[in-house]
Every structure is written in structure tokens, then in C-alpha cells.
Design a protein around this ligand. Structure first.
Ligand code: TYD
Length: 201
């Protein structure tokens, strides 16, 4: 169904945050909510929205930070094509992570140049970027409690995640429609906040 009844015209909505912030849960709740309203919804994720192969390489092997960056970008380039396709068909795209993860993790976390990463991100998506970002903020203790068995990236040191978290907070200050939400509350309360923002747009 096209975008009848929707007040705003935002169609590409991304969910962000450090590991254990609850973004995947919230992305799923949001996608279900829109589907129940009758919208065509495409729920996707990065890495791994269009192919599990690059995700597997990223999460199970150790890479230099530059090689890791290009794997994320390659994954994003593939995913962006599919996202465009769905947007052209009138669907709403709900994405569990997007280009801002690269800014937070590879930029703020790994120390790669952020302006350059922004250019690379837009190059990889051919200019496509999310209309709205909901970003869930949790402290590192909460992250540690919530994350079970750790993949290669989740095994990075605490100070890496400290920088990533601060990076997200900075991104919320720098970008319009990048909403920072307290992710420590119960999932229903957090989702209530997502909907309150969504309805207010
Ligand atoms: P995610 O799928 O959120 O992890 P999980 O399903 O295990 O909760 O993301 C995998 C990891 O990749 C996560 O630690 C964040 C990291 N990541 C980056 O470092 N850069 C990126 O550009 C993206 C998209 C993810």
C-alpha cells in the first residue's frame, strides 16, 4: 500500500546505537507497527541486509581497520540498491543500522577521518541516506549485561565502545532528525518514545 494516511513523508528510517542498545528490537516493533497500519514495509539490516556473506566475513574474522571499513561499505552498496528498489515501489524502509554506524564505529571508534567516511558512505549508497534516525543510548554496563556471546566487533575494548557511544551522542547534536532516546528503560517505554517522535513529525 502506498503512503496513504501517513502525515510525514519520511520513508527511510534507521535504528542505531551501540551493541545491546535495543535497536534491533525497536526496529522490529516499528516495522510491525507500520505493517499493522497497512503499509508496505521492508525491514533490513546492516551488515547483512542483502547478503550474509560479507556479514560473516566481518563478524568472524579479524581485519585491519581499513579492510573492515571497505567490507562494511561493500555490504552497504549492495543493500542500498535493494533499499532504493523498495522505496521506488512505495514501501517504507526500516533499517537496523545504516551509514551512521560507520561514522560511530570506524570514525569515532577506530579514529578514521569522519569527513572522509561521510563521503565514502554517500559514494557507497549513491547519495541515499536515511530520513530519520532513532538512536538508543545505553551505558557500557548495560551493554555488557545485554550482550551475550561476542563477535569480533563486540570483542573490541571498552574504551572503543566508550568512543562509539560518545560518537552517537555527537551525531545526534550534529544532525537533524537524529533522535537520541534513552535505551535503558523497558522496551515498551522505549517504543512509546519512538512512536511519540514519529507521530510528532
Ligand atoms: P549488528 O548486526 O547490530 O550486531 P548483532 O546482530 O550482533 O547485534 O552489527 C554487527 C556489528 O557491526 C556491530 O558490532 C556494529 C558493527 N558495525 C560497524 O562497526 N560499522 C558499520 O558500518 C556497521 C553497519 C556495523
Amino acid at each position: 500500500m502506498p503512503l496513504r494516511n501517513q502525515k510525514n513523508s519520511f520513508r527511510y528510517i534507521a535504528f542505531e546505537g551501540i551493541d545491546g542498545s535495543g535497536k534491533s528490537t525497536q526496529a522490529k516493533l516499528f516495522a510491525d507497527y507500520l505493517e499493522n497500519k497497512g503499509f508496505c514495509v521492508f525491514l533490513t539490516k546492516e551488515p547483512g541486509g542483502s547478503t550474509d556473506k560479507i556479514r560473516d566475513l566481518l563478524l568472524n574474522y579479524r581485519w585491519s581497520k581499513r579492510a573492515e571499513l571497505f567490507l562494511f561499505l561493500a555490504d552497504r552498496a549492495e543493500n542500498a540498491r535493494e533499499i532504493k528498489n523498495k522505496l521506488d515501489k512505495g514501501c517504507i524502509v526500516v533499517s537496523d543500522r545504516c551509514m551512521y554506524s560507520t561514522i560511530a564505529y570506524q570514525g569515532f571508534g577506530e579514529g578514521l577521518d569522519i569527513d572522509f567516511l561521510e563521503e565514502l558512505n554517500l559514494f557507497s549508497t549513491d547519495g541515499l541516506k536515511p530520513d530519520i534516525v532513532f538512536c538508543f543510548d545505553v551505558d557500557l554496563e548495560t551493554m555488557n549485561e545485554r550482550v551475550g556471546k561476542r563477535d569480533v566487533i563486540e570483542s573490541k575494548p571498552r574504551d572503543f565502545f566508550y568512543r562509539v557511544r560518545e560518537g552517537y551522542r555527537e551525531l545526534a547534536k550534529r544532525n537533524d532528525r537524529f533522535f537520541l532516546i534513552d535505551g535503558k528503560k523497558k522496551k515498551e517505554e522505549v517504543f512509546g518514545e519512538v512512536l511519540r517522535i514519529w507521530e510528532s513529525l
